[in-house]
Design a protein around this ligand. Structure first.
Ligand code: CP3
Length: 353
């Protein structure tokens, strides 16, 4: 049996309940800006070794919780575990980002793709989830996650990161049928992967659609949002008698928050290119919002960090349903003490009498 939750601010805020103070966590909170992370990463040898070792993955997941007392933990893993389990042969070269040895090139490649059984080739992720949940011992909730079908497809077709998305967009425009077949497979794989994470102990879910914002409005709906909708409809929404909230985050997706809210998700991630007051107007009252401090604010002085945190809290206002976060992942060259300043500012400025 897992311990009862001692701090459930994050879950209550996503449920749009009134909370004593605004909960805070940070995308990429376990990562290279932390010297203790770099030590464990060096011990593991490479990034995938770190992800596939449940004890080490657990250790780095807890590092930012221990250091900053954040209000949620996020599974240490990567969105690209799914295509790796599909046989695309993922590697991370130092300083180069992800690469696939066998990217998707044709309709036949899509047809041959297996939908991985999460309790087989992705069992290492489930072991990490259950280990982390046990070691958290009820301190804060554990967030499980995946990439969106579209964002996964960009890496699968480009063979790694991309600046112009020429291959994946080329496929989307010239052969939409194949593109949809790929996205549908990805969506099925994501649903069973997220459900297995909930089964293993994840208490909330997040879908990262890092590249949805490179699409036109109609293509965003057809090639990204539609498949996130399939995920919202397919995932487990309750476990151990408690709601398992799901948050969708499309980077550069501020203009589509109304459409995203209609999927029936619980929370929306918001980047820093839209004011939270506008974001609330667009999203409506059915969802909570997560965000949205510009990650580069952490390069500034402690005084400027304090002032920028205040702006974000003020722009959201007094209504319930805010989870404080950066608008995207923390940069690797940020001074960790500056994140401490941010977290303290959120605590101080958002505490309600
Ligand atoms: O947030 C957390 O602390 C949990 C762990 C997490 C990682 N990646 C660890 C990681 C999460 C939630 C992700 C998600 C992820 N991975 C996304 C979506 C979110 C986003 O940032 O937009 C994407 C697009 C990826 C794919 C990915 N993984 C890339 C492009 C890279 C290389 C770029 C980089 O930052 O170096 C990774 C590697 C990666 N994933 C690292 C970490 C801590 C750095 C690897 C290292 O330690 O060498």
């Amino acid at each position: 049996m897992n311990a009862p939750l001692k701090n459930d601010l994050y879950l209550r805020a996503l449920n749009r309940e009134t909370v004593e103070r605004t909960p805070v966590w940070v995308m990429r909170q376990a990562g290279r800006y932390l010297p203790e992370y770099k030590r464990v990463r060096a011990q593991a040898g490479n990034f995938m070794n770190l992800c596939s070792n449940p004890e080490l993955a657990c250790e780095v997941t807890l590092q930012p919780i221990d250091r900053f007392n954040l209000d949620a933990a996020i599974l240490f893993s990567d969105i690209l575990t799914i295509p790796d389990a599909m046989g695309l042969e993922l590697t991370f070269e130092t300083g180069e980002g992800p690469k696939f040895g066998k990217p998707i090139k044709s309709r036949a490649d899509v047809e041959a793709l297996p939908i991985p059984d999460p309790n087989d080739s992705l069992q290492y992720v489930m072991d990490a989830v259950s280990t982390i949940r046990r070691e958290l011992n009820g301190r804060v909730p554990l967030i499980g996650f995946s990439g969106s079908p579209w964002t996964l497809a960009t890496y699968m077709v480009e063979g790694g990161g991309s600046k112009d998305f020429s291959k994946v967009k080329g496929l989307m425009f010239s052969d939409p049928h194949t593109m949809h077949a790929l996205l549908d497979k990805n969506a099925q794989a994501v649903v069973s992967y997220l459900n297995a994470q909930v089964e293993a102990g994840a208490q909330a879910l997040m879908v990262f659609d890092t590249w949805g914002g490179v699409l036109s409005p109609t293509n965003y709906q057809e090639f990204s949002l539609r498949y996130m909708q399939q995920i919202v409809e397919g995932v487990t929404r309750e476990a151990d008698g408690r709601k398992v909230p799901i948050t969708l985050f499309t980077k550069s997706g501020g203009q589509w928050l109304d459409l995203m809210a209609k999927t029936g998700c619980d929370g929306l991630g918001v980047d820093w290119t839209i004011d939270l007051a506008d974001a609330r107007k667009r999203a409506g009252d059915s969802v909570a919002l997560q965000g949205n401090l510009d990650p580069s604010v952490l390069y500034g002085s402690p005084e400027s960090i304090h002032a920028e945190v205040k702006k974000v809290l003020d722009s959201y206002g007094d209504a319930p349903g805010h989870v404080f976060n950066l608008g995207h992942g923390i940069h690797q060259f940020v001074n960790p003490e500056h994140l401490g300043v941010m977290v303290e500012a959120v605590r101080e400025l958002s505490t309600r009498p």
